[in-house]
Write a protein that binds this ligand. Structure first.
Ligand SMILES: [Zn+2]
Length: 421
């Protein structure tokens, strides 16, 4: 979206920048510390984002192999057990499996879109070589360093807690805020270079990120996943909307009290009005089964599940109230899924019930690695609640579904008292 913005803005002469002067030398060297060159840039970014640069931000410019090594140190790949859980979850919800490791390796070490990252432990920005020229006076490297500088400023001002791991739906919401804020800062910088006022540049992006939730089963694996586009594009739309309402001051406040559901990011108004998820307790694993994982799918996750069978079904995820699922396995490694959902109204529950019945009819028993789940499912509704049980025979499925519908839920208590936490 940055390119779109640049294409639509008028040109004007650019200020002389020390940053550009070192580019030639940078291109010849295998490893080059560009901290000095990016110091001025960091000051500019800090001024635009209205966050003071408290500590020097170091940057390193690396060839792809060295960059990849740093990246692997920074984000270790999931353990065998974590991968097994992911495969089990995707199997249970009828989602396509991620590519096998070896397959990913054959596709090259790094996606082209990964140009840099900020390492909060070392407080250092890493950027890789190989950049596209966006315009004669701009390339991806400038914008990458700006984006990562915005992350460094987030870290300096809002602390380590911001980068703490959280449960899936909440973690996606937080990542959307972090990336949305950094991308909005990048847009502000691009606007500044083109003499566009910050407000105009950021507001220009609000309409760019409206994309459906769908993730089709046969999508091109080289394209970003719906979670990725959620984090960057819906994150940007969320940040831009907050900026419109209260400027960077409101974004700062939000950093201290981040959105806690993908629903709040998809509908910024729900975040602003303090609509919190309804808390649903996780069910215990039934006799004969051992818990693998429990978690929340949220509006985004549910939309993706529903879109597997028919694109239009994703609207079945709107007016989500809350949900929790339990994934468990028998000693023969047969999976079961128990999923308890609550909706804002009976109508919303009815819509979800219809959509999930349709999606479930497409579920197959295709096994993920050593795990398998039978396609049998039970769906039961009581007013604004819908329970889904998969992998259990008829009668047992009914018993478990009724048990889920009777579990007490906590109303979204803080709804009336506004956003403050
Ligand atoms: Zn980022």
């Amino acid at each position: 979206m940055v390119c779109l913005l640049l294409a639509s803005c008028a040109q004007r002469p650019l200020p002389v920048e020390t940053y550009a002067q070192v580019r030639e030398r940078v291109d010849r060297e295998r490893y080059f510390n560009i901290s000095a060159a990016t110091r001025d840039l960091a000051e500019n970014v800090g001024q635009l984002r209205r966050l003071r640069v408290k500590r020097s931000i170091y940057s390193s410019y690396l060839q792809p192999e060295a960059f990849l090594k740093q990246l692997r140190n920074h984000t270790p790949s999931p353990s065998v057990e974590q991968e097994r859980i992911i495969r089990a979850r995707r199997t249970a919800f009828g989602l396509p499996q991620p590519l096998e490791k070896s397959e990913q390796d054959r596709r090259g070490p790094l996606p082209d879109s990964l140009l840099g990252f900020y390492d909060q432990d070392g407080e250092r920005i890493y950027v890789r070589t190989k950049f596209k020229l966006l315009r004669p006076d701009f390339d991806e490297m400038d914008l990458t360093v700006v984006h990562e500088t915005a992350h460094a400023l987030q870290h300096q001002h809002f602390g380590n807690d911001l980068f703490r791991t959280r449960p899936t739906d909440e973690s996606l919401a937080l990542r959307a805020l972090i990336e949305g804020d950094a991308t909005a800062t990048t847009v502000a910088y691009a606007g500044w270079k083109l003499a566009a006022p910050t407000r105009e540049a950021i507001e220009h992006t609000r309409g760019l990120a409206l994309i459906p939730i769908s993730e089709t089963p046969d999508r091109d694996p080289d394209l970003p996943s719906r979670e990725d586009t959620f984090v960057y594009l819906d994150g940007l739309r969320f940040a831009a909307e907050l900026y419109r309402v209260g400027g960077f001051a409101l974004l700062d406040k939000t950093m201290r009290s981040p959105p806690i559901s993908t629903e709040q990011v998809l509908h910024p108004q729900k975040y602003l009005s303090g609509e919190r998820p309804i808390e649903v307790p996780a069910p215990e694993a039934p006799t004969g089964y051992v818990r693998i994982e429990s978690g929340t799918m949220g509006e985004l996750g549910i939309g993706i599940v529903l879109s597997q069978c028919a694109k239009e079904d994703e609207t079945g995820a709107t007016d989500w109230g809350g949900d929790v699922f339990l994934l468990a396995e028998s000693d023969r490694h047969d999976l079961i899924l128990e999923w308890n959902t609550v909706w804002d109204s009976d109508d919303a529950a009815l819509r979800f019930e219809k959509a999930i019945r349709h999606a479930a009819s497409c579920w197959t028993s295709k096994a993920g690695a050593s795990l398998s789940i039978s396609p049998e499912f039970t769906i039961a509704r009581d007013h604004n609640r819908v329970a889904v049980v998969r992998g259990m025979h008829d009668e047992e499925g009914q018993i478990q579904a009724q048990r889920l519908l009777k579990m007490p839920t906590m109303p979204n208590r803080r709804a009336a008292s506004g956003q403050s936490r």
